[in-house]
Every structure is written in C-alpha cells, then in structure tokens.
Design a binder for this molecule. Structure first.
Ligand code: PBG
Length: 329
C-alpha cells in the first residue's frame, strides 16, 4: 500500500469536508441492481399473512404476487427469491412434495414468468427442508442425512423448477457434489442456460431462526444442521467449498449469513473472480428491525449494513430490506 505524506501536509479530513467531495471520493455505492428480494409464498387466495418473527414480512398467496412483483420490478430490483410455506399435511420423510410439479414454488414461478417474462429473474431454493417432516434439508435415515440419496431428489427438484421457468437454481442444501450433478442434469434436459447460484458457503447458524418459522419448519426440526452446514469457526473451508462448486459449474456463489461473515465475502472475492452474493438472513433482519422499532437505532443502519456488503466485495445482496431500501436509492 502506498500512502505518501504525513500530517500536517496530509489531512484526510479534506476529502470529507463537503458532501460533493465525499461523493466524489466514495469507493462503494449501493444500487437497486445489487438487490434480491426474497418472497414467502403460501397456498390459498387473497392472503397476505404477517410473519410474527419477521416484522414487516408477509406470506403471499400466488394471486397477491401480481402487485407485489410489479412493485419490485418498478423499483428496478433484478431478481426475487421464492420460498414456500408448506402445510404440514404435505410433508414427509422423503420430501415428496418437492417433486410435485404443481407445488407452490412451481406454480408461483409459472405465474410470475407468464406475467412478467424476463422483466425479472426468479431464483428458487433447491433443498428439502420446506417439505420434510423433520425439517432437514436432506433425507434422514437412522439419524443421518444421506448425501447421495438426497442429491437424487435435488436433481429432480431442480429440473421441475427449471421447467416451471426458474432462471436461477440455488441449491441451499450443502450436500457434497450436488452442483456438478445438477449442472449435468440441467444440461441434459435442455436447460443449459439456467444458472446455478450455489449456496457454497453456508454456515450452521442460529441466524436462520425466523426463516424456519416463516417456512414452517422451525417446530419440526430435529437437532441441528451441523453435519452438513459449515462450522462458523472456519475460514479455509469456505474457500475449499467455493473452489469445488466453481469446478462443478456454479455461475455465482453465496456467502450466508451476511454481516457476521464479511471477512469470508472478502476472502472469496479476493480468491475467485466470480459473482458473490451475500445473504442478509432472517435473524439479521429481525434483530435490526426490532432494534429500529424499539428506537434503539436509527433506520439508517439498514443502508449502512447493505453498503458494508458491497465494501466487502459482494456483487449483490439477498435481503428482506431490498424493497424498502430500493425506494431510497
Ligand atoms: C433452506 C434455507 C434456509 C435459509 C435459506 N434457505 C434455512 C436453513 O438452512 O435452515 C435461511 C434464510 C434466512 O434465514 O433468511 N435450506
């Protein structure tokens, strides 16, 4: 690093004196192009149901998506991510509902793509947790999550989502080897243009609590996800995960959660020249929202946190704040 000069010749405050010079020397800017808006969907008609653990976030029935998605497009946000709330009666040990071509996610994807075409990208999670009776992302047998058996289902799930019109397949399950197998299957089924955003670096985190409530898996989850999601003490392992997923064909990679893992975003971006997305997850959202509501902090912290992701090196941010922050950009 080259920094020449010293005080009193050098005064770094000169570049902070006025708004114009601060703008001129700004290093990172958040724009609407950097945002992804997650949407929770629910069966039924004319429903917009508040999620208690996530103030200001709702579950929408498909008919209600029309106006919400239109609003998101008008704001200039490039992509949405769909997450289904699945009724318990549809859940089983094998996540059968994941392979129902008319499940909520597939129906919603078809609806949005028919209405809005390529005005917005649709990203779908590939993992079994919204559909399993035990809340895990894979098939559970004798207290173990079966890697390869799970991948067999994830492949089929990916193809169904691609058939429905999904633009970005986002495996969030953390099984070994799934990116390569999903890529191969997509190509074989004439979906070579469907992208894969790998949740390459996904830590076993307590920040996912409100999300699990939102998709209805919280009370079902047996144990934790430590045998497949990463240990939050680890840094080198994150780079190994990313390296593998790139080799297997990932077009973009994700780091998740967001704010406590800015160092990892930075490492990934420095080591791999690939689009990196940060996921500001549900627990981060709810902590911030509740603190704002209590008047403990100003709502400007939303913008501050999201700019921090850009500074760390993220190309884009998946955040429940996307729509609200986009209005101010
Ligand atoms: C499911 C999935 C999770 C999230 C995204 N996809 C939860 C989990 O792995 O338990 C978390 C998102 C959030 O907390 O906002 N595999």
């Amino acid at each position: 690093m080259i920094t020449t000069g010293k005080y009193p010749n050098l005064r770094l405050r000169r570049n902070r004196e006025h708004n114009w010079i601060r703008r001129l020397t700004k290093e990172n800017t958040l724009s609407v192009n950097d945002l992804v808006q997650p949407i929770f969907i629910i069966e039924g008609k004319n429903k917009k149901i508040p999620i208690t653990s996530m103030p200001g976030v709702y579950r929408y029935s498909i008919d209600k998506l029309n106006s919400f998605v239109k609003k998101i497009i008008d704001l200039g946000i490039p992509m949405i991510a769909l997450f289904p709330y699945t009724e318990n009666r549809l859940k089983d040990n094998y996540a059968s509902e994941a392979l129902n071509e008319n499940n909520l996610v597939c129906k919603a994807t078809k609806f949005i793509k028919k209405k809005f075409g390529n005005k917005i990208g649709v990203m779908c999670d590939v993992a079994l947790d919204p559909y399993t009776s035990h809340g895990h992302d894979g098939i559970l047998k004798s207290n173990k999550i079966l890697n390869d058996k799970t991948i067999d289902i994830l492949i089929k799930q990916s193809i169904l989502q691609a058939k429905a019109g999904c633009d970005v397949i986002a495996p969030s399950d953390m099984m070994d080897g799934r990116i390569g197998k999903i890529r191969k299957a997509l190509d074989k089924n004439n979906f070579s243009n469907v992208r894969i955003l790998s949740y390459a670096v996904k830590y076993a985190s307590s920040f996912y609590g409100p999300f699990r409530d939102a998709v209805g898996s919280k009370n079902l989850l047996k144990g934790d996800k430590k045998t497949y999601q990463m240990d939050f003490s680890n840094r080198d392992e994150a780079l190994r995960e990313v390296a593998l997923d790139i080799k297997e064909g990932a077009d973009m990679v994700m780091v998740k959660p967001g704010l406590p893992y800015l160092d990892i975003i930075r490492d990934v971006k420095r080591n791999f020249k690939i689009p990196v997305l940060a996921y500001q997850v549900s627990g981060e959202y709810s902590l911030i929202m509740n603190s704002i509501k209590k008047g403990l902090v100003d709502d400007k912290i939303i913008y501050e946190t999201m700019t921090s992701f850009k500074r760390a090196g993220a190309n884009a941010i998946i955040s429940y704040f996307s729509t609200s922050i986009a209005k101010n950009l």
